[in-house]
Ligand binder design. Sequence first.
Ligand code: HEC
Ligand code: HEC
Length: 274
Amino acid sequence: MSRGAMNPSALMRFARLVALVLCTSASMSAIAQIEKEFSDKADLAPDIVRSGSYFLTESTRQLQNDSFANPGLLWVDRGKALFEDDTGAASCRSCHENELTGVFARFPAYDAKLKKLLNIEGRINQCRTQRQALPPLAYESNALLSLTAYVASQSRDTPFNVSVKDKAKEHFDRGREYFFTRRGQLNLACTQCHDDNWGRMLRGDRISQGHSNAYPGYRLEWQSFGSLHRRFVDCDTGVRANPFEPGSPTYVELELYLAWRSATLPIESPGVRR
Ligand code: HEC
Ligand code: HEC
């Protein structure tokens, strides 16, 4: 170890101290509880899988299920308009008549030609650049969120059906590893909140099982529509870790693990969350 560097246990004590100063006493005791119950690397058992909507209040759940009032439907409508827009070499619609039903549920997927794991956002940008001769859309831009929401809406009510075999396997393994790795000044892994402590309160939120089936979706706390990766950024920031960029390969791998983990749940995108 280099001179002046803290040894791991001193670093841990320092991190705890920082956490103590930064957190209110109420959320601190919640975090102490979470810390106590670190389990092994066991995946959530399929028979206890619950959607995030299960943890919502009745009024938020109703908002999601209301086919007029759900605010996310605005993005679906914008996506449909973009799908038909023929500014580029060809509109999306001209190549994809109606056959995108169920496609979102198969993503992220390994693309053999590109030798890359792609989520739907990545796939859409491939078609933009390769087939429409248009520049890629920025992650989290309204246009990419809208197109993604439109494609996702065509898989609503069907469960994820991703492949985690062959070339997808190593990506899946890395995504799963991310979920079980402690990080940030609070030194917490995703699994500690979303496998071991779902149902508990944390800073005014009821912790869900952290499933991906609502996204892209509308969060009341954002007052806007956002991607699953934006939620990853929130959770990584919540434990005071440096988040990755939305759209980064690491988050796409994490997305693959989550799609597999919530495979028995129907897709709810555009979901509505607190
Ligand atoms: C010129 C034709 C063309 C255009 C325009 C086009 N695509 Fe594609 N798209 C394809 C082809 C061909 C594939 C199959 C994969 C490949 O070879 O790239 C595909 C694949 C896809 C897939 C994955 C389908 C699957 O079953 O895995 C999605 C999603 C998609 N496109 C969405 C879009 C969207 C959204 C747009 C508009 C932004 C668009 N595409 C524009 C030709 C096109
Ligand atoms: C300190 C506890 C904590 C940790 C650690 C944590 N989260 Fe969360 N997460 C929350 C809370 C609180 C929410 C908001 C309430 C809810 O939906 O669970 C949330 C929400 C989510 C959601 C949205 C669920 C939905 O239905 O809208 C996802 C997905 C998610 N987390 C994934 C992750 C991932 C992946 C990690 C690890 C990178 C992680 N979380 C780490 C506390 C945590």
